[in-house]
Ligand binder design. Structure first.
Ligand code: GTP
Ligand code: MG
Length: 243
């Protein structure tokens, strides 16, 4: 089964070659890097890696305003147009998501439409994160679960695999979020589409190089998005979720 991994990058010139090398060592895995004109030259680094692995890696160089969510939307649209992959995955470039755990997610997709790599199910772990980040992430997940009633333990996780058929049904061009709330909004639509959503435990490791892009604006978006989503909820929604 062919898998395509989308990796958004902004200033990840040191991390990206390591991630790409590990991912491309797996047969059947292809890569789309979506770079937002990183000032540190990540786009050029990505081009060089892609040139050394013909046919395995595509680099999208975005123009216009930078954004995490819109980068994923472009990468996903490209993945769906290219058409060769049964599974389309999401992963950070900063080695917080271990490439060695990708096969676990791919295997779980045999019985799911959306697989989420989870820090907060039994067996999941967070390594070296400052206490305030653990608290923020834990609180965010409780808040989103409380507001949306979606029974996913790690709804903000960015390590995911989608079945192509489900991703085709997502309203990619109509999403309202752009920061990490993107993950919540996509999960919301997946659930409404009746997707089988499964969480598998992952070990999340704090980045060793580069800087986080988490901003106050993103946190505010994450607070407001669940309220917007639930305010629009249709009465009698019978979406099915198997977790
Ligand atoms: N294309 C693009 N990628 C982005 C943007 N912001 C973040 N990214 C990438 O998205 C991924 C996640 O961003 P991080 O800064 O690691 O965010 P995080 O994992 O929540 O934060 P840390 O745990 O502190 O690293 C990384 O691969 C980033 O390079 C953006 O505006 N555009
Ligand atoms: Mg990170």
């Amino acid at each position: 089964m062919r898998a395509l991994v989308i990796v958004p990058t902004y200033n990840e010139s040191e991390n990206l070659p390591l991630v790409a090398r590990e991912l491309l060592a797996m047969p059947g895995v292809h890569l789309i890097v979506v770079d937002d004109r990183s000032p540190d030259g990540t786009g050029d680094v990505a081009d060089a890696v892609a040139a050394s692995r013909p046919g395995r890696m595509t680099v999208l160089h975005r123009t216009g305003s930078r954004g995490f969510g819109r980068s994923y939307v472009e990468g996903m649209q490209r993945a769906l147009i290219d058409g060769g992959a049964d599974l389309i995955c999401q992963m950070d470039a900063d080695l917080s998501h271990l490439p060695s755990e990708l096969p676990t997610l791919l295997d779980a997709a045999a019985n799911a439409d959306l697989v989420i790599g989870s820090r907060y199910v039994s067996g999941g772990r967070v390594v070296n994160w400052p206490k305030r980040r653990v608290l923020l992430s834990t609180f965010a997940n409780h808040y989103v679960r409380w507001v949306t009633r979606i029974p996913v333990r790690d709804i903000t996780s960015g390590f995911r695999c989608w079945r192509r058929e489900l991703l085709l049904r997502m309203p990619l061009s109509r999403l309202r979020s752009d920061g990490y709330a993107f993950q919540v909004e996509m999960t919301w639509h997946a659930r409404r589409a009746g997707a089988r959503i499964v969480e598998v435990p992952i070990t999340f490791v704090e980045r060793r190089q580069g800087q986080s892009k988490l901003s106050g604006r993103m946190i505010m978006e994450s607070v407001l998005l669940p309220l917007h989503l639930t305010a629009r909820r249709l009465p009698g929604n019978r979406a099915r979720c198997t977790i």
